[in-house]
Design a binder for this molecule. Structure first.
Ligand SMILES: [Zn+2]
Length: 165
């Protein structure tokens, strides 16, 4: 069964300990891992704010209610949920530099101090550079070589990859 622990194990291992091939590229938003039982997905971005890794917690299926004529989320993050995630990351030895959003929003982010694995950062760099064979198409190229480069990225060690981001 997928638990928050297994999601964090997989996501942090992917960010920090996975040796990516030097002929792969990775979109800078990174990966999303689902925790369906909790109606959450977690994002692991190698280069978020300040070009450092960001772990996010997000409501998967957002419900809305009308409040004073405005549509607002009826099921935002719980009070303290983002803070608990930051504490858990600290407990795992990752210094936290800041947090954004959280309760009342449907997303919250934790900025980490330690840089991601250099091979992952290199793969993000190859994504940003765009297709080397078709520079005019950049990252949107659909040629075989560019698509193949994307598929060579090693996925996290879990089956809970969410169809998000
Ligand atoms: Zn191309």
């Amino acid at each position: 069964m997928t638990t928050l622990d297994s999601v964090l194990d997989a996501g942090l291992h992917w960010l920090y300990e996975t040796e990516q091939p030097d002929n792969s590229h990775q979109q800078h938003h990174g990966i999303a891992l689902g925790l369906p039982a909790a109606n959450r997905w977690y994002g692991f971005s190698p280069t978020g704010a300040r070009n450092l890794p960001v772990v996010s917690v997000n409501v998967s299926k957002v419900e809305y209610k009308t409040d004073d004529g405005d549509q607002v989320p009826a099921n935002p993050l719980e009070p303290g949920e983002l803070e608990a995630l930051a504490d858990e990351l600290r407990r795992r030895g990752f210094d936290v530099d800041s947090t954004w959003n959280g309760h009342l929003a449907v997303t919250g982010s934790v900025g980490l101090v330690r840089t991601a694995h250099p091979a992952l950062l290199a793969a993000v760099g190859r994504y940003r550079r765009g297709c080397p064979e078709h520079p005019q198409r950049g990252v949107f190229c659909d040629c075989e070589a560019w698509q193949a480069e994307a598929t060579r990225i090693i996925a996290p060690l879990t089956t809970s990859v969410a169809a998000s981001t």
